[in-house]
Design a protein around this ligand. Structure first.
Ligand code: PGA
Length: 265
């Protein structure tokens, strides 16, 4: 299996003021040149341009990818029109945004986004040239009912069946068990690895590539990742990085996460 440079992505959700972003950026920028891992941030959409400006000095190429990456947390499945309040993937691309998260469990649960809608969003985001971090994961009830793999399979089938990609960088899967998000209760590395191995195998059977470029599909783990548990998670062979909420908000913690990821780069 090809060894991927780990990737750490901060999902800031509906947090961070401009002042907090300025403080984060100045602390982070002074350290970013030492990072050999890939890293990115998904701020609120209104702050994408600010981060783009603040991260300019950190920019470089690593393992065929440019880093840092800027992600939106969501976008719509149409590029323009009468869709008040929605975010256009084409406009994100035009702004120089690298990618988007789609299917985060907060979108699925709070905003009732179903597999059908998420498939449309995924397809259009990819067609618009955005890299997509597609999130999947089971609830506590589903895990306790022994349905984890069934749920993951269904979410993947709905999203990835008949999807043809040009290259493996375009699409990243994030395994985020819903019960682990924001709870301080991360999956054990063994539990996460078991799910990642299942996802890797299933994704492999679903995805097609238009060119002969079937590199390893990147799978991030998300759910209560912090500087104290990321090392053990990244030591697992199918875990290629982390999608981090709470612990990505403070520059010092985010730097620590990247420092650990560096050791696996
Ligand atoms: P958490 O969030 O790290 O705060 O659990 C992760 C996520 O929602 O992506």
């Amino acid at each position: 299996m090809e060894k991927l440079i780990p990737m750490v992505v901060g999902n800031w959700k509906m947090n961070q003021t401009r002042k907090e972003i300025e403080e984060f950026s100045s602390t982070f920028s002074s350290k970013c040149s030492q990072f050999k891992c890939l890293f990115g941030i998904a701020p609120q959409a209104i702050h994408l341009s600010l981060l783009q400006k603040n991260f300019e000095s950190c920019h470089r190429e690593l393992g065929g990818c440019s880093t840092p990456s800027l992600f939106s947390q969501n976008c719509y499945f149409e590029n323009k029109g009468a869709f008040t309040g929605e975010l256009s993937p084409a406009s994100l691309k035009d702004l120089g945004v690298d990618g988007t998260i789609i299917g985060h469990s907060e979108r699925r649960q709070i905003f009732k986004e179903d597999n059908e809608l998420l498939r449309k969003k995924l397809k259009n985001a990819l067609a618009s040239g955005l890299q997509v971090i597609f999130c999947i994961g089971e609830t506590k009830e589903e895990r306790e009912g022994g349905r984890t793999f069934e749920v993951l399979k269904e979410q993947l089938n709905m999203a990835y069946t008949d999807l043809t990609l040009q290259n493996s960088h375009q699409l990243i899967t994030a395994y985020e068990p819903v019960w682990a998000i924001g709870t301080g209760l991360a999956a054990t590395p063994e539990m996460a690895e078991e799910a990642h191995a299942f996802i890797a195998e299933h994704v492999n059977s679903l995805l097609k590539f238009s060119s002969n470029n079937s590199k390893t599909h990147r799978i991030l783990y998300g759910g209560s990742v912090n500087p104290g548990n990321i090392e053990e998670l990244l030591s697992k062979s199918h875990i290629h990085g982390a999608l981090v909420g709470g612990a990505s908000l403070k520059a010092d913690d985010f730097i620590k996460l990247c420092e650990v990821a560096n050791r696996f780069s």
